[in-house]
Ligand binder design. Structure first.
Ligand SMILES: [Ca+2]
Length: 495
């Protein structure tokens, strides 16, 4: 596998994998190098870091669902998110962070293993597969090194949760349950508050879900900024205002969790990471490879190590979280991991491109692959004969999609609102996200961009081969959902 694709050399992987002597080293001997903007150099006797120099850091993941970077601190002034804005002011935000897949289960299987869903065979949403031999959730390595690992509580990995993955995996899982107060922890909390399902509930239920909001905290429909491919109607504005309210409520819930950390006296020695599993659960967001479906908010706070209020424009994939957490915990990454360490003393170089995949979405099958550089996005459609508007029953319950279909039926949509209803997809798409942030103008057929297109097309071909893309193997495309899974699915709303 190439440096470009892996972000590190094979020799380096080997060195890391065999450096077990480093595994349990104290954070005291970690020399933090100012290798990129935002990372502080640690100075001898630095009072700000002296308290963290004696123990391995705890790591807390505050994660949410189906949310694009629409926090106030990421530039959406109509959204109220004071707690996460404060977290960003105390840490670093990443303006080019992306999920490797635009839907829950494929993204989550990738995050927890540090591998592409298409390498594992977990790319189909939803499916149930056996993990390849020797592949583990990265938390298993943390546990072996003495970390107490908790997950509260969504998994949705497309494989059974391995017994060695978590000390606790439940709705009561918490760092507070660890047997010894000096035991380092890795704790995950996932908020469902911003999930797509919240567009589909009635007003009374929505008021309950967002009961922490005061009237002045709620977004007005006038303040909503609609993407150009969404028609401007009372119904679409209502959905978007709901989305802003979901974020405001989730922000309060995240604030409570951060308060608990503070009250426990753990904030100084805990690295906090906030992110969403993929983009907003509205049309052309979730399930799609555009920025609207894959660009996510990512904030990291690491007292004494990260310059407060800093920002990174590097390409970061959620696939990179696993090797980064292992590195920050002082552990080597298994050679099978496909991301890179994006921060800390063992930070690895930014890759030229990130890779993203779309496969089965519930009852519909499709295969799209995407390459995202800092500026351009390339998409290859493996089934151009299939239209964009394949019917996913679950998504069809969302009012904005119903509104799109109604107005299309009445002939009232204009481009780019009609994007969704094209009879077939182009074989390739290319967007300049700087000039065209909503990715509307496909440049793939423009000779002026032939060189850019060729470079990204070749990168994708190489990536498919080197990562063994199972989404392109016909025998992997069957929809397998055992009875047990069906029963579970019937009980939950949280896909
Ligand atoms: Ca999700």
């Amino acid at each position: 596998m190439t440096d470009q694709l892996r972000g590190r050399s094979g020799a380096e992987c080997g060195r890391r994998a065999t450096s077990l002597g480093k595994a349990l080293r104290s954070a005291a001997i970690i020399a933090v190098v100012a290798s990129s903007g935002g990372i502080l150099a640690r100075l001898p006797g630095d009072a700000a870091t002296s308290s963290v120099a004696t123990a391995r850091p705890n790591i807390l993941w505050v994660t949410t669902e189906d949310m694009s970077p629409d926090l106030h601190c990421f530039g959406n002034a109509a959204v109220k998110s004071p707690h996460l804005d404060a977290l960003a002011a105390q840490g670093q935000k990443f303006s080019r962070a992306f999920s490797s897949a635009p839907v829950c289960s494929a993204s989550r299987s990738s995050i927890i293993t540090g591998m592409y869903a298409t390498t594992l065979g977990t790319q189909n949403h939803r499916s149930h597969v056996d993990l390849p031999e020797g592949i583990r959730c990265f938390t298993a390595y943390l546990r072996e090194a003495g970390y107490y690992c908790t997950n509260n509580s969504k998994t949705d990995y497309n494989f059974n949760v391995p017994a060695d993955a978590w000390d606790e995996n439940s709705k009561t899982a918490h760092w507070r349950n660890r047997p010894r107060p000096d035991q380092p922890f890795f704790s995950v909390f996932n908020f469902l508050t911003t999930h797509e399902s919240k567009f589909q509930i009635n007003e009374k239920a929505f008021a309950r879900v967002t009961s922490d909001l005061r009237p002045q905290d709620r977004a007005t429909t006038e303040a909503v900024k609609l993407p150009p491919y969404i028609p401007d109607t009372a119904i679409t504005r209502h959905d978007w205002a709901r989305y802003y309210d979901m974020i405001a409520e989730m922000d309060i819930q995240a604030g409570r969790l951060l308060d608990e950390l503070e009250k426990d006296g753990l904030a100084t020695n805990t690295i906090v990471m906030f992110y969403s599993d993929h983009g907003v659960g509205l049309p052309r967001g979730k399930r799609w490879l555009y920025d609207s479906g894959t660009r996510v908010p990512l904030i990291v706070r690491w007292p004494g190590h990260i310059k407060p209020g800093s920002e990174s424009g590097e390409l970061v994939s959620l696939l990179d979280l696993a090797p980064t957490v292992l590195s920050l915990a002082g552990l080597p990454s298994p050679a099978t991991l496909q991301g890179r360490t994006f921060m800390g003393p063992e930070k690895q170089p930014e890759p030229q491109y990130l890779f993203q995949t779309r496969d089965r979405m519930d009852e519909t099958y499709d295969a799209m692959r995407s390459v995202r550089g800092r500026q351009f996005r390339y998409i290859k459609n493996f089934y151009p004969e299939k239209p964009y508007d394949l019917v996913v029953k679950y998504a069809e319950k969302t009012p904005t999609l119903q509104e799109l279909r109604r107005l299309h039926g009445e002939g009232k949509l204009v481009w780019p609102q009609t994007w969704f209803f094209q009879k077939r997809k182009p074989a390739e798409e290319l967007y300049d996200t700087k000039a065209d942030p909503w990715e509307i103008r496909n440049l793939a057929a423009d000779p002026a961009y032939a060189s850019q297109l060729g470079s990204m097309r070749r990168a994708l071909e190489l990536w498919e081969l080197t990562t063994n893309d199972k989404g392109l193997h016909p025998d992997q495309n069957s929809f397998h959902q055992p009875e047990k899974q069906k029963k579970r699915k019937a009980k939950r709303q949280d896909d």
